[in-house]
Design a protein around this ligand. Structure first.
Ligand SMILES: [Zn+2]
Ligand SMILES: [Zn+2]
Ligand SMILES: [Zn+2]
Length: 48
């Protein structure tokens, strides 16, 4: 299996490093606060 994973924010598709759960503070906060978003707003290229 690959070392890299996917951002744990459920609507986010960003790849993250093996030691990371989230691609950005946006996703970490959204997941911690259980914010329901219809589109990811993390700001990374390729993720909307
Ligand atoms: Zn995202
Ligand atoms: Zn993310
Ligand atoms: Zn992202």
């Amino acid at each position: 299996m690959a070392d890299n994973g996917k951002c744990e924010h459920n609507i986010c598709n960003c790849p993250v490093g093996a030691d990371e759960k989230f691609c950005s503070d946006h996703c970490r906060e959204a997941a911690e606060q259980d914010i329901a978003e219809i589109a990811c707003d993390c700001g990374c290229p390729g993720c909307k």
